[in-house]
Design a binder for this molecule. Structure first.
Ligand SMILES: Nc1ncnc2c1ncn2[C@@H]1O[C@H](COP(=O)(O)OP(=O)(O)OP(=O)(O)O)[C@@H](O)[C@H]1O
Ligand code: SF4
Ligand SMILES: [Mg+2]
Length: 367
């Protein structure tokens, strides 16, 4: 079953969904005032598969993950929404319950492992700590478990390296340590915040293969935050595109890549170099993301959008189901929309034109 996502969806627990986020809204307090960095975000993470969260810098990807894990910075707070992990709302649970849940049920791989690893603790002990505390393994068994994980993530000579400190590892090896640590309690859900951005391309590929392979082996579900649509194509079944704190398009990777219904998604595809080799030139998206303190009226993407019309400046555009078939969409005039059997949704008044343009000049081969 395809993942259904929308701005306003009633929550239900299903066997196919491990995490169901609905209307998540996060506000940030700054010296300039308060703004919504995450604004009514909804998505489902499919059980045993990966969801990609993509968008430019500042679109709210990290804060979305941090809100789900209860690790927001002090300036940020969740003001609305739910995040149900196997039916239980993480956002309202007690701190004690949340602490028990982090590790065995949900874990995170951070972009920069040095900020997440303890610099004065031996890496082996850091990996063994979760199993010792959460799984009730004894010291010897936790150590064996950590060594096994170090071996499985491809750290050479794990017995010797168990006693090393994070600064003695290369960037790629540190990321392997971070992955071993995140997987040490066998979480059902792994949140990955740009885990490969800081690494060179060869290492990036190895880490992605490792992550997806280990998750497939253990039946772990993934949320993958990335700027890179090639990474999404390689790792994810589902996709949610964020712009200025809102989901502007979502659906399976196959259907969104084949028929993008939001000009921002189309723009991301046209400026992604690695997905396929069908274009001679990359087309950058003009302009920059909006200042959250002075969002444009109507559609936030309007000032950068080649499809924009007058109605885009006066309409509060909703994320609504996309009808099937190239060019079949007629716009989002109904505030309730209609149900889409594919789960593909987009927030654009002129999505049919966008889909037609994508069809005429594909950004990805095979479209
Ligand atoms: N601690 C903070 N204090 C003030 N503003 C913040 C803080 N953390 C995030 N923000 C702001 O919230 C918005 C969303 O930030 P977030 O880190 O989620 O973006 P992102 O999509 O992860 O970007 P990137 O791709 O650069 O990591 C941005 O405007 C960012 O500047
Ligand atoms: S609603 Fe209008 S401005 Fe916004 S993405 Fe669609 S066409 Fe562009
Ligand atoms: Mg981020």
């Amino acid at each position: 079953m395809s993942t259904a996502m929308s701005g306003r969806v009633t929550g239900t627990r299903t066997a196919d969904t491990v995490l169901e986020v609905r209307d998540l809204t996060v506000e940030i307090r700054t010296s300039r005032g308060t703004f919504r960095a995450v604004d009514g975000v909804s998505f489902d993470v499919p059980r045993g598969a990966a969801l990609g969260l993509v968008g430019e810098s500042g679109s709210g990807k990290s804060l979305t993950l941090r809100a789900v894990l209860g690790l927001l910075p002090p300036q940020a707070r969740v003001v609305a929404g739910t995040a149900r992990l196997d039916g239980e709302d993480i956002l309202t649970m007690s701190t004690a319950r949340l602490a028990r849940l982090r590790g065995p049920e949900v874990a995170m791989v951070f972009q920069e492992p040095m900020s997440a690893l303890n610099p004065v603790m031996r890496v082996g002990d850091q990996i063994a700590e979760g199993p010792l505390v959460h799984l009730g393994l004894g010291r010897a068994a936790s150590r064996r478990h950590a060594l096994d994980l170090m071996r499985r993530v491809g750290i050479p000579d794990p017995v010797r390296r168990y006693s090393a400190y994070p600064h003695e590892f290369s960037g790629g090896m540190r990321q392997r340590v971070m992955i071993a640590l995140a997987l040490s309690c066998g979480p059902s859900l792994l949140l990955c915040d740009e885990p490969t951005t800081a690494l060179d391309v060869t290492i990036q590929d190895q880490i992605l293969t490792l992550l997806t392979g280990m998750c497939a082996q253990n039946g772990t579900s993934l949320v993958f935050v990335t700027h890179d649509l090639a990474v999404v194509a390689q790792t994810c079944r589902e996709l949610a595109v964020l712009y200025a704190g809102r989901v502007v398009e979502s659906g399976t990777v196959a259907e969104v890549f084949a028929r993008p219904n939001h000009p921002y998604t189309l723009g991301l595809l046209r400026c992604a170099p690695d997905i396929d080799d069908v274009r001679d030139t990359l087309v950058p998206i003009p302009g920059t993301p909006p200042d959250p303190f002075s969002l444009p009226a109507g559609c936030s993407f309007g000032p950068r959008c080649g499809f924009a019309r007058d109605d885009c400046r006066t309409t509060d555009v909703q994320l609504l189901p996309v009808p099937r078939g190239p060019g079949s969409r007629t716009g989002h005039s109904s505030p309730t929309g209609h149900s889409s059997p594919t789960g593909h949704r987009a927030a654009c008044l002129h999505a049919d034109e966008c889909a037609a343009a994508a069809h005429a000049e594909p950004a990805v081969a095979g479209v």
